[in-house]
Design a binder for this molecule. Structure first.
Ligand SMILES: Nc1ncnc2c1ncn2[C@@H]1O[C@H](COP(=O)(O)OP(=O)(O)O)[C@@H](O)[C@H]1O
Ligand SMILES: [Mg+2]
Length: 375
C-alpha cells in the first residue's frame, strides 16, 4: 500500500495537444501530478499514451499546451536539460558493457567525478539488489534483472521525474507481478515522482497511486485505483477496467439520496443520487463479484430494507461456468436475453451449494454496490 502524502502539485500538464498530419494523437489533456506519485496512463494501444510521455521527456514538441515541472515551463527545454529520465520498454542496455558500466554510462557522459560515480553506482546496485552481478553483461541476466539494471541506470542521474513506458512489457506474467512490487518499493524508497504508461490494467491498478484512463487521445477519468474501479464516471471506463454488467434503462424516480432505474431486466434501486433528470437514458453498472447467486428466491430480510421486493433481483438460467481455481465465473442468461456475468470466490474446496449448468437461479445485489452512468 502507498502512504498517504499531502498532495503537492509537481507536474502540471495543461491543454496539451499533439497533432500528427492533422490527426490529434493527444487531444486537450490537462492533469496535475503530485510529488512522489506513481501516476499511470492507462489505455489501449494507439490511444496516445506514449506520445504524451514523449512530450514530457522532450522527444516530441507539443502542437499546443503547456508542461510545467516544479514551477518551470519545460516545453522549450531540450530533453537532455530536463531533470527527467525515461526508461524504455526494450531497456536499451548496452550489450558490450557490464552492469556496472551500464549504470555508470550517463554519469560519465555528464562528467561527474570518478568517486561520485562509483558511490552512486554502488548505491544503485544495492538498491536494485544486483551488487553481486556488477561484472556481468546484460545477456547473462534474466529479464527481470535486466529490467532492474535499466531502472538503476535511469535513477542514477537522480531525475526529478522518472518516465516508464510499458516498463514490464517484456516479462512473463509471474515475473511481472513480482517485479511490479519490487519496482514500487524502489521508486518509493528513492521518492522520485513517476509517470508510467501501460495498457495492462492490472499493472496500473497494482502499481499506481492514481490512474488516468485514456481513449482516443483524451483522459476520461483520473482517480485512485479503487475509485476508478468502484466509481467509474462513464461506460467506457466501467467496461475498460475489469468486468462489468451494464443494465440500460431510464430514470423513473430521482431523489437526492436514491434513484430508481427501470430497465427491461426489472427495477433497480440505487442508494445514491445522480446528476440527471427523469426519463433520462442511463446504465446501471454492476460488477460480477457484487452479485449473489442462489437457487431459491432471496428473502427480503437478506436485502437492504430500502429496496422493495423484487428490486435488484433478476432470474435466469446458468448457461456457462468457468472454473479458475480461486474463483468461478458464471454466465446467467436472463429472460430478456441479456447475459449476466457473476463471479464467486471459491472459499472452500468443496462447495455443497455448487450451481450447475442449465439451473434456474436468482441473481441479486445491494443497491449500494452499483453506479449509475449517464455517459
Ligand atoms: N511520429 C508519429 N507520426 C505519426 N503518427 C504518430 C507518430 N507517433 C504516434 N503516432 C500516432 O499517434 C497515435 C498515438 O500513438 P501512441 O502515443 O504511440 O499510442 P499508445 O502509446 O497509446 O499505443 C497513433 O495513432 C499513432 O499511430
Ligand atoms: Mg505506446
Amino acid at each position: 500500500m502507498t502512504i498517504e502524502r499531502a498532495a503537492e502539485p509537481f507536474l502540471l500538464i495543461n491543454k496539451l495537444v499533439k497533432e500528427f498530419d492533422g490527426v490529434r494523437a493527444v487531444n486537450d489533456v490537462s492533469v496535475t501530478i503530485n510529488k512522489g506519485e506513481i501516476f499511470a496512463l492507462l489505455g489501449s494501444s494507439g490511444c496516445g499514451k506514449s506520445t504524451l510521455l514523449r512530450m514530457l521527456a522532450g522527444f516530441e514538441t507539443p502542437t499546443s499546451g503547456t508542461i510545467t515541472l516544479a514551477g518551470k515551463d519545460i516545453v522549450s527545454v531540450p530533453p537532455y536539460q530536463r531533470p527527467i529520465n525515461m526508461m524504455f520498454q526494450s531497456y536499451a542496455l548496452f550489450p558490450h558493457l557490464s552492469v556496472w558500466d551500464n549504470i555508470a554510462f550517463g554519469l560519465r557522459r555528464d562528467g561527474l567525478p570518478k568517486d561520485e560515480i562509483a558511490s552512486r553506482v554502488e548505491k544503485m546496485l544495492s538498491l536494485v539488489q544486483l551488487t553481486d552481478y556488477a561484472k556481468r553483461k546484460p545477456h547473462q541476466l534474466s529479464g527481470g534483472q535486466q529490467q532492474r539494471v535499466a531502472l538503476a541506470r535511469s535513477l542514477a542521474k537522480r531525475p526529478q521525474l522518472l518516465l516508464l513506458d510499458e516498463p514490464l512489457g517484456a516479462l512473463d506474467k509471474k515475473l511481472r507481478e513480482r517485479t511490479q512490487m519490487e519496482l514500487v518499493s524502489i521508486i518509493e524508497e528513492v521518492g522520485v515522482t513517476c509517470v508510467m504508461v501501460t495498457h495492462d490494467q492490472d499493472e496500473a491498478m497494482s502499481m499506481a497511486t492514481r490512474i488516468a484512463v485514456m481513449s482516443a487521445g483524451r483522459i476520461l477519468q483520473v482517480g485512485a485505483p479503487d475509485e476508478i474501479y468502484e466509481t467509474p464516471n462513464c461506460r467506457f471506463v466501467a467496461d475498460f477496467i475489469g468486468s462489468v454488467n451494464l443494465f440500460n434503462g431510464s430514470v423513473a424516480v430521482d431523489e437526492p439520496d436514491h434513484v430508481i432505474i427501470e430497465t427491461p431486466e426489472g427495477k433497480h434501486y440505487v442508494t445514491h443520487g445522480i446528476t440527471g433528470t427523469m426519463g433520462m437514458p442511463v446504465s446501471v453498472a454492476v460488477r460480477p463479484e457484487k452479485i449473489a447467486l442462489q437457487a431459491d428466491e432471496p428473502a427480503q430480510e437478506q436485502r437492504a430494507k430500502a429496496e422493495e421486493h423484487g428490486y435488484n433481483c433478476v432470474q435466469g438460467t446458468i448457461t456457462g461456468i468457468s472454473y479458475f481455481g480461486n474463483e468461478t465465473s458464471y454466465h446467467v442468461t436472463l429472460d430478456s436475453g441479456m447475459v449476466l456475468k457473476v463471479s464467486r470466490t471459491n472459499v472452500a474446496r468443496h462447495d455443497e451449494s455448487a450451481l450447475k449448468r442449465d439451473q434456474r437461479v436468482y441473481a441479486w445485489w445491494d443497491g449500494a454496490d452499483v453506479v449509475v452512468l449517464t455517459s
